[in-house]
Design a protein. Structure first.
Length: 496
């Protein structure tokens, strides 16, 4: 038994302790990982901007050389989202369109997360650089024909400068300076600096995080392991019982309380099963004793025909009772298991119950009992449920026969069939003496009966409850002394 209770540790591939430790270490590494990942994204920003200003300068230079209208230059500036200026040989601007847009969504996120300074524009920065013709980058462009570069200033600024001549013949045209600028508030430099600082900080924090992770892993898992050992120790006992000692007032203590509630429920279930077995043995002993007594008598000597007839009747009655008891017990066991592998179909409950009432009116046992049924009003949709036909038939037959037997001669049995949007409700009422208040909670218990052993086994109402619950419904009872008893069955309605 103990071998079955030992949990295989090798199957716990990722233990709770390991997951707690991994979570703490990941939290310690998260800032550095975030900044490193973001720096990989930011690394592509200058290169992308460099290519954009170069392409914009090429398009603008080509448009100038082809004597394209100013609208074409405006299109290039807006399409590329750059500031495009065309200057004459004296440095005067002959065209200036500013479509630069440094504040994209990513830059706003960086400004919030990394504290980058924003607000400066390429135009504001350019105004501080002095006359265009004396700038080193313009002089380099005049010498080489092109100049493209990016700088990490308070903002990322990329610019391209190209020298062009107007007119179809370059030798006859005028010199023009094409100046393209594009800026971004992306915190590229700040991110790289922050990454270096975080790397140093992580080297200090990580060992502390590992120690903390190991400590917290043990703190979290140890009480659970203690709880596990207590549970296994109690389960290995010859008669498992008692409660677990939580010794804590946190989540582990709440878990222990839940286990204790489970143990109490299992203990009650075990006590119920023990009582059930005792009741079953008691019910079986009486007919078995009668069968044995008859067998002993038959074995003693020759007996007269009258006595043989009596013994035959005893054997027949006893075997009939045994057969009925075993059959009802098996039916109850199947119903409590949910009636697996039994075919379910659409059942019109009103027609089924009405048919049962009509059959009992013709039953010789109940000729002096008046049955009154109130069916669903005409025009209302049929009361349909999904279930096992013969099980539902047995359920309502048991309730009707039970009501008829308590109503007695001259009594009345009333049946009301109704429905709501989600349920079909069948109430069976008898005007008999009613169930005593002390017996009411035990009505559905196995082998409980107030009719005596000669008139019932005490399994009928238990079977009614089990069948109703197996169909997703419930059955309740209410009674008052001198006012009879009412059983109400509620089953889920089948709606098309």
């Amino acid at each position: 038994m103990n071998e079955l209770l030992v949990l295989p540790r090798q199957r716990r591939r990722f233990s709770l302790r390991l997951r707690v430790m991994a979570a703490i270490v990941l939290v310690a590494l998260a800032p550095s990982m975030l900044v490193f990942a973001w720096s990989l994204v930011d690394r592509q920003v200058p290169g992308r901007m460099w290519g954009t200003v170069r392409d914009a300068a090429e398009e603008a230079k080509r448009a100038i050389e082809e004597d394209a209208p100013a609208s074409e230059l405006s299109r290039v500036a807006r399409a590329r989202k750059v500031r495009l200026r065309i200057l004459d040989e004296n440095g005067a601007a002959v065209f200036d369109v500013d479509a630069d847009s440094p504040g994209d969504a990513e830059s706003r996120v960086e400004s919030f997360v990394f504290g980058a300074k924003d607000g400066t524009t390429a135009r504001e920065f350019d105004e501080q650089l002095g006359p265009m013709l004396v700038r080193p980058d313009v002089l380099e462009a005049k010498r080489a024909g092109w100049y493209v570069a990016c700088d990490y200033l308070p903002l990322v600024l990329c610019q391209a400068i190209a020298i062009s001549r107007t007119g179809a013949s370059a030798g006859e045209g005028k010199t023009r300076i094409v100046h393209v600028q594009m800026s971004s508030w992306r915190a590229v430099q700040e991110v790289y600096v922050l990454r270096a600082h975080l790397l140093k900080l992580t080297m200090v924090i990580l060992p502390l995080a590992i120690v903390l992770a190991f400590y917290m892993g043990r703190r979290v898992v140890r009480p659970i392991e203690q709880l596990r050992q207590q549970a296994l120790a109690k389960a290995a006992a010859e008669s498992p019982k008692g409660t677990l000692l939580p010794e804590r007032h946190d989540e582990v203590g709440v878990l222990a309380d839940a286990f204790n509630a489970l143990l109490v429920a299992l203990g009650k279930k075990r006590a119920d099963n023990e009582a059930f077995v005792a009741d079953l043995v008691h019910e079986l002993k009486n007919p078995l004793a009668a069968v044995r007594a008859a067998a002993d008598t038959l074995a003693e000597s020759a007996i007269d025909p009258a006595r043989a007839e009596r013994l035959s009747r005893v054997l027949r009655d006893s075997t009939t009772k045994l057969d009925r008891l075993v059959t009802q017990f098996l039916e109850l066991a199947r119903a409590e298991a949910g009636m697996p592998n039994e075919e379910r179909s659409e059942v019109e409950l009103g027609a089924l119950v009405t048919g049962l009432v009509e059959s009992l009116r013709d039953d010789p046992r109940y000729t002096r009992v008046t049955f009154v049924s109130k069916e669903i009003e005409a025009g209302s949709p049929p009361a349909r449920v999904r279930g096992v036909v013969h099980r539902l038939d047995a359920l309502f037959r048991e309730l009707l026969e039970n009501a008829a037997s308590f109503a007695g001669d001259g009594g009345h049995v009333g049946v009301v069939i109704g429905q709501t949007s989600g349920e079909v409700i069948v109430a069976v009422h008898d005007d008999g003496p009613g169930v005593a208040a002390g017996d009411l909670p035990r009505v559905f218990d196995r082998f409980f009966t107030t009719r005596g052993s000669r008139r019932g086994t005490g399994l009928g109402l238990s079977l009614v409850k089990a069948v109703a619950e197996a169909h997703g419904g419930q059955v309740t009872v209410r009674a008052a002394a001198g006012e009879g008893t009412t059983f109400e069955v509620r089953l889920p309605r089948l709606v098309r």
